[in-house]
Write a protein that binds this ligand. Structure first.
Ligand code: SAH
Ligand code: SF4
Ligand code: F3S
Length: 470
């Protein structure tokens, strides 16, 4: 048993990255057994779940979407806000019920919640029926623990974060677009955020390994890669590399579309802007979380930039990258946020006219510096601010979508539309979702689409001609 330790997770002493090649070969010992996998949280977790799928399928498990017929359920959890935890606890209730009727039903928990000591305490006291608990740093222990088949609850959560696993195998959800980790962890320590504790220190993969992976994906027919990091600007700082160089090398592989998330407004270099504007296959889309428009609050959040610096960067992006689309994240109700601070945020939204924004009410995370700040804004005021913010944000995303009306734009078609099974769906280069009237055989292709209707959160369009690229 290994329990998480926040003091260890908090430490950022300079240590060497340990690059580890995984070479385990498991036999299909669970052949015929079924697994149900549910993923919460961000793209990191979505991609980690592709590794989980690979581990389970190597062991012989097959995937099911029906919880009742599963032999194993794996929950890949998120800790970013309290409601992320509530969802997991709610779902665990269902799993517990199934286990009462079928003691052979196994429950495994992994992801960011497992890295929190208070959550692990709660699990040890109230959720003894969970069989296996694994941290984010040692996901590779999953096959070993399943094979050991522990009779009592087994917790293996490490808080050290020096390792980088290379040669990972992923059972990817898509054959068209793929996630590629470029780095792990975060050292920014925004005062509200749990990620630096659940994902450990910033550590970069080697440039050559990333390029090898992108080339391999391209050779397999993938059209798009999204480079993943909590703060991609910091890529390479630990290994004498930098993000602009990596991005350029990825673009040079010639894969048709390159994306990246997430960019921190602090330390976004001119070299990065130059590379983005130079290569046609780097998509003109940047997710640039602002969090607040008030300098006072930005300082308390430890965001390392002012509203003026954010706006300068924003303007530079708009000037240098033709047609760029910029989206953001905003938190309302952070400790000490006054009505004036909130109005500053609304003003920044108006100034920037964001193409889209994810908005959240501040959620206190145990162990973070903000958890110790006085938070006396009533919940009703926070909710009212969120609503006012959302109205403004939706107005601008609608405006941005309206600009595409009647235009013909390239769209990478990803699959059947969820809205209408006769249609397909895909994304513009600027990351706008389009439901497309067109034949099924354009799935996996970048095609020209005429936009026929623009709504706040999606577009409708019609396939107009042959493929843009072969
Ligand atoms: N690494 C990324 C995003 C991480 S989490 C970045 O820095 O941009 C995604 C978003 O969740 C954050 O941008 C922030 O807006 C929100 N978030 C993080 N912690 C939160 C908290 N404690 N309460 C409410 N929202 C939070
Ligand atoms: Fe969290 Fe800030 Fe790191 Fe993003 S940059 S993951 S918000 S600490
Ligand atoms: Fe959630 Fe962990 Fe991502 S806390 S947002 S799954 S890094």
């Amino acid at each position: 048993m290994h329990l998480p330790d926040l003091d260890i997770a908090r430490k950022r002493e300079k240590r060497e990255n340990k690059y580890i090649e995984l070479k385990e070969n498991y036999s299909k010992i669970f052949k015929g057994k079924k697994y149900f996998l549910r993923t919460y949280g961000c793209q990191m977790n979505t991609h980690d779940s592709e590794a989980i799928r690979s581990y389970l399928e190597t062991l012989g498990f097959i995937k099911t979407e029906n919880l009742e017929e599963a032999n194993l359920v794996v929950l890949n959890t998120c800790a970013i806000r309290e409601n992320a935890k509530d969802k997991v606890i709610g779902f665990l209730g269902k799993c517990h019920y199934l286990k009462k009727n079928n003691p052979d039903f196994k429950i495994a928990l992994t992801g960011c919640l497992c890295e929190q000591p208070d959550v692990i305490d709660e699990i040890r006291n109230k959720h003894k029926y969970i069989d296996i608990i694994i941290g984010t740093h040692n996901l590779y222990d999953l096959p070993k623990l399943l094979l050991e088949n522990p009779k009592k609850q087994e917790i293996e959560v490490y808080s050290e974060s020096d390792e980088i696993i290379e040669g990972m195998h992923y059972e990817r959800d898509s054959k068209i677009t793929a996630w590629v980790n470029i780095m792990y962890g975060c050292d920014k320590f925004c005062t509200y955020c749990i990620v630096p504790y659940t994902r450990g220190r910033e550590r970069s993969r080697k440039l050559e390994s990333i390029i090898r992976e992108v080339n391999d994906l391209k050779n397999k027919g993938y059209k798009e890669v999204t480079l993943l990091g909590q703060n991609v600007n910091a890529y390479g700082q630990d290994i004498g590399e930098n993000f602009a160089h990596l991005l350029e090398e990825v673009a040079k592989t010639g894969i048709e579309r390159v994306r990246f998330v997430t960019s921190h407004p602090w330390n976004f270099t001119d070299a990065m802007l130059d590379v983005i504007s130079k290569y046609e296959n780097i998509m003109p889309y940047i997710h640039l979380p602002i969090q607040s428009g008030s300098n006072n609050i930005l300082k308390r959040m430890n965001r390392r930039y002012t509203r003026e610096e954010y706006y300068d960067l924003y303007t530079k992006m708009k000037e240098k990258i033709p047609n760029v689309s910029i989206t953001t994240d905003i938190i309302v109700g952070f400790p000490y946020e006054s009505e004036e601070d909130f109005l500053d945020t609304l003003e920044m939204v108006k100034k920037c006219a964001f193409d889209g924004a994810y908005t959240f009410i501040y959620s206190k995370r145990e162990g973070t510096p903000a958890a110790l700040m006085k938070d006396d804004t009533p919940q009703s005021v926070k909710e009212e601010r969120l609503q006012r913010l959302n109205e403004l944000v939706n107005y601008y995303s609608n405006l941005s979508n309206q600009k595409l009306l009647n235009k013909v734009v390239p769209v990478l078609i990803l699959g059947d539309s969820e809205k209408d099974s006769n249609k397909v769906y895909g994304y513009t280069d600027t990351m706008k979702l389009v439901n497309v009237d067109g034949p099924k055989d354009i799935i996996g292709e970048i095609v020209n689409v005429k936009i026929t209707e623009a709504k706040s959160f999606s577009l409708d369009g019609t396939y107009v001609d042959e493929k843009v690229h072969s």
